[in-house]
Structure formats: C-alpha cells, structure tokens
Design a protein around this ligand. Structure first.
Ligand SMILES: NC(=O)c1ccc[n+]([C@@H]2O[C@H](COP(=O)([O-])OP(=O)(O)OC[C@H]3O[C@@H](n4cnc5c(N)ncnc54)[C@H](OP(=O)(O)O)[C@@H]3O)[C@@H](O)[C@H]2O)c1
Length: 225
C-alpha cells in the first residue's frame, strides 16, 4: 500500500483518482477547496483523508502540509483550470491569464515545495504534474493561448524539478490525461474519466528514476516537449 496525495479531488479526474485508489485499498490524502468539494470527496472516497486549500494560497497549502505526518509516496498535482473566456493572441484577458498562471503553473510548484519534506521520505517518491498535450511547444493551433502557456510553463517546471530532485531519488514527470469527458474536457472529449484515470494510476505506479523528466500521456507514451 502506498500513500498518495491527490490535489484537486472535488470532481473530474482528481475525484476519480481518489475514488479508484481508495476502492482498492491504497492510502489516500486528497485536497479540495470548498465544502461542496469535501462532500463530493466524502461520498466517492470515504476513506480518503481530506485537506482543504486553494493552490493559489501558499499559507493554506503550508498549513495543510503541517497536518500530514506520514511520508507521501506519490503526489498527483492535478488541480487546474481552463482560464478566461478571452484568451487569444489578439484579444487577451490579462488579469484572467495571470490568475490562470497562478493556478496551473505556480500552483503545482507551491504544492510540491510545501509537501517536499514528506515526499522525500516516501518510498520510490514520485511527483506527477498533471499537464496537457496543449502545453507542448511543438503542437500547432492557436486557441486557448493562456491555457497553453500555463501548461507549457508547468512543463518547464517539471523539467527543472526533475533535474533538481534527481540526486535525492525523487521522480518528476509531466503527465497528460488525454481528452477526458469532465467539466473541463466537455462532453465531446474522447475518453471516459475512468479509463483516463486507470491509465494515470498505472503510469504513476510504474515510474522509476529512469523515467524522471519525461513528458508522458495516460498510456505511458512519450509526448514531444
Ligand atoms: N479534461 C481534460 O480533457 C484534460 C485534458 C488535459 C489536461 N487536463 C488537466 O487535468 C487536470 C484535471 O482536469 P479535469 O478535467 O478533472 O478538470 P475539472 O473537472 O474542471 O476539475 C478541476 C479540479 O481542479 C480544482 N481546482 C481548480 N482551481 C483550483 C484552485 N485554484 N485551487 C485548488 N483546486 C482547484 C477543482 O476544484 P473546484 O471543484 O473547487 O473548482 C477541481 O477539483 C487539470 O490540471 C487539467 O488542466 C484535463
């Protein structure tokens, strides 16, 4: 049994990750940021130990980390948002874009930094940063510029963390869940959330230090940076 920390577990991919892991008897600590999120987590994964914080709030993240005593083996930094309505290269909601960077790019880093002492004590410690194919610098298309930038930035953070933590045996990857039918992915996305999450868990379980600094999808396939 491993100890997993799932961040952003009120709905979508994070909630399903907490549900699947709890159902098979893994030890799960999971974060939400509202009473409604807490209720959803309790219903889907009653055994999960809940934490409450917004990934933009460093003090709240630190306070949550101080509540956890035991080492964390796997962190899934999953919380994320899609950003403002206006986010094209010719018409940008700059305040909204800045807020999105705080959630999608710096949010996972705040979480990693706060929980790192617990992660370093984990067994085969692994950090999975939930990114997107849209963060790839080599992918074409111009829609959702702020979201793409936020995930490209997260990919760079994955590379830097991987390089900085390799000597301490901590694996860091950027992982794309595929196009998943959630509130964010929408009803026309290709993947059922159960299938995406089963893949995400399998990839996270299989990671070794040889995988650090990789950009993978939920099937474990390499993506181009
Ligand atoms: N669905 C897809 O097709 C797809 C594709 C590629 C990548 N992804 C990535 O996968 C991750 C999960 O996506 P999803 O489809 O499950 O999205 P979702 O259904 O919209 O769920 C987003 C989750 O992130 C949480 N969250 C958002 N902003 C937060 C904040 N500031 N602080 C803390 N938690 C916050 C939400 O909590 P609340 O309920 O409190 O809002 C919710 O738990 C995201 O990082 C997303 O970018 C998704």
């Amino acid at each position: 049994m491993s100890h997993w920390l799932i961040v952003g577990a009120s709905r979508g991919i994070g909630l399903e990750t907490a549900r699947q892991l709890s159902a098979r008897g893994e030890r799960v600590t999971a974060s939400v940021r509202s009473a409604a999120g807490l209720a959803a987590l309790k219903a889907a994964a009653p055994q999960a130990a809940p934490l409450q914080f917004d990934v933009r709030d460093a003090a709240a993240i630190s306070a949550a980390a101080a509540q956890v005593r035991d080492p964390i083996d796997v962190l899934i930094a999953n919380a994320g948002a899609y950003g403002p309505q206006r986010q094209s290269s010719t018409d940008m909601d700059f305040e909204g874009a800045l807020d999105l960077l705080s959630v999608n790019t710096l949010g996972p880093l705040r979480v990693v930094q706060a929980f790192l002492p617990l992660i370093k004590r984990g067994a085969r410690p692994r950090i999975v940063l939930m990114t997107s194919r849209l963060g790839s610098m080599s992918l074409g298309g111009t829609v959702n510029v702020a979201y793409r930038v936020s995930k490209a930035g997260l990919n760079k953070i994955a590379q830097c963390l991987a390089d900085d933590l390799k000597a301490e045996g901590v694996v860091v990857v950027a992982l794309s869940p595929g196009r998943v039918r959630t509130a964010m992915g929408g009803p026309n996305a290709t993947l059922d959330v159960r299938d995406s999450v089963a893949g995400v868990i399998q990839v996270a379980e299989s990671l070794t230090l040889a995988d650090t600094r990789r950009y993978l999808d939920y099937r474990g396939e390499e993506l181009p940076w």
